[in-house]
Structures are given as structure tokens and as C-alpha cells.
Design a protein around this ligand. Structure first.
Ligand code: 1GP
Length: 240
């Protein structure tokens, strides 16, 4: 049943905030899945996202199959490349990197993905992905060969988000980059949120409960956290 996007929308209407735990198959050992996912299950997390900038072929498929054994939470692909598409997940963020001007990541990879997607039952959610400068060069920047938008250029970020919405994207994802030194500012999140009628995802550099609440209170509907859980699983204990 393709209900993930509808559930995001209805949660927002009820004022419920959503949290995705991001697992990067490149940095995660499959043998730790059961223990890690048990912690996810006991936390306030509502989704498991799986993806990374560079991942070995088949690693995503193996990991998703293992995750599905241990949780009822929806598993959503957040792919850095076509090789990360697996039919064993529930949904796919069909990301177009609209902050950049590299045609490969605006539409090229998407065309390449079609033959694979035709054979899956994944719920495909068109997502405008906006990379914002975070004080260090991130993997996304390197892999996609695009420049992030300056975090001070709020007008450009807001206009890019609106353009994504006007193009028919169903989600906007503001990305500071995995392991960003600092999360996106409250002002930036709230300025973007004010202009959107579609759900807003925020991720990158969120490492504690205070930063998570700031993002939610500023208007993020769904927050994505990866590195903080990778570095210290006891962070889950604060999120019960
Ligand atoms: C990365 O936004 C996600 O794509 C999560 O970032 O790893 O910094 O939590 P972190």
C-alpha cells in the first residue's frame, strides 16, 4: 500500500512531528542491524531512511532486507545513486538536486532509474533536494559536483524551494550535508516553511535534542538524523 506520503500529510495536519533515522549502508555493518533497529523502535522515530553518497552495489538491498526483519516502521530510500534502489523498501525519495545546476542530478539519474523502478512497487515521492553550505565540503557536494547555496542567501533558498513546489514536487528537503558542523538556522527553516504548502524535511548536523526541537519549532515537519546515532547510540535514550 502506497500510503507513506499520505501519512506524512495527515501527521502534519494533526500537528505531529516526524523523525527519520538515516542509515548509510557504507558506514553501517549489517550484523549490527538487530541491536540498532531495536533502539530505533523504542525511540520517537517514525521512519528509517537508507542511503548514502557512495555505496557498494547490493549493500543497500542486503541492509534493507535485514532492517525489515526487525521493524514495522516504513523504510524509505534516500539514494545517492541508481544502484541504491531496492524493491524491498517501502518508498523512494526521488530526489532532484534543485540547488545545483548539474543536469545529471536534476534529471539524468532519474531517467537512468526508470527501467529499475518499473519493476518495483515502491512508492515514489518526488522531492526537491536543496544543498546548503555548512562550513565544510560535504560528500554530496563532491559526488554531485555542485555548489551548495550559501546559508546566508535566504532569498535564493526560499525561491528555490518555491520553484520546486511549483514544479510539482511533493516534498522539499533542506540539506546541510551529513555531519555538517552546524544545523540549518531557525530563521532559514521558518522562512522556507512560510512559503510552502508541501511538507518540509530538514537534515544535516543535528546532534542533540535541543537542535531537533529547534528544527521542529521553526517549521520542519520531518527531521533526518544520521551521524549523531552513528557516533553515539545513547542518543536514542534521549528520544523515547
Ligand atoms: C544527511 O541530512 C542527513 O543527508 C543527515 O545528516 O548525518 O548530519 O545527521 P547527519
Amino acid at each position: 500500500m502506497k500510503t507513506i506520503y499520505k501519512n506524512i500529510q495527515s501527521s502534519i495536519l494533526k500537528g505531529k512531528k516526524l523523525l527519520a533515522v538515516l542509515i548509510d549502508p557504507d558506514k553501517f555493518s549489517v550484523k549490527n542491524t538487530k541491536r540498532f533497529i531495536e533502539k530505533v523502535n523504542q525511540s520517537i522515530a517514525t521512519y528509517v531512511f537508507v542511503g548514502g553518497s557512495t555505496v557498494d552495489d547490493d549493500a543497500t538491498d542486503r541492509l534493507v532486507l535485514e532492517i525489515k526483519k526487525h521493524t514495522a516502521l516504513p523504510v524509505v530510500l534516500f539514494p545517492g545513486d541508481v544502484t541504491q534502489i531496492t524493491e524491498h523498501a517501502d518508498a523512494l525519495l526521488f530526489l532532484s538536486l534543485i540547488s545545483g545546476r548539474n543536469p545529471t542530478y536534476l534529471i539524468g539519474k532519474h531517467v537512468e532509474a526508470v527501467s529499475k523502478l518499473k519493476n518495483t512497487n515502491l512508492e515514489i515521492i518526488p522531492t526537491g533536494y536543496i544543498l546548503i553550505e555548512s562550513g565544510k565540503i560535504t560528500a554530496v557536494e563532491n559526488v554531485t559536483e555542485t555548489k551548495p547555496i550559501s546559508r546566508n542567501d535566504i532569498e535564493n533558498i526560499v525561491d528555490t524551494s518555491i520553484a520546486g513546489q511549483l514544479l510539482g514536487m511533493k516534498l522539499i528537503y533542506l540539506e546541510a550535508g551529513s555531519g555538517a558542523k552546524a544545523p540549518l538556522t531557525n530563521t532559514l527553516i521558518s522562512q522556507v516553511k512560510k512559503e510552502l504548502q508541501i511538507p518540509l524535511i530538514v537534515g544535516g548536523g543535528i546532534r542533540n535534542k535541543n537542535q531537533l526541537e529547534n528544527a521542529f519549532n521553526s517549521g520542519a515537519d520531518l527531521v533526518v538524523i544520521g551521524t549523531a546515532f552513528e557516533d553515539d547510540e545513547s542518543f536514542f535514550d534521549n528520544l523515547k
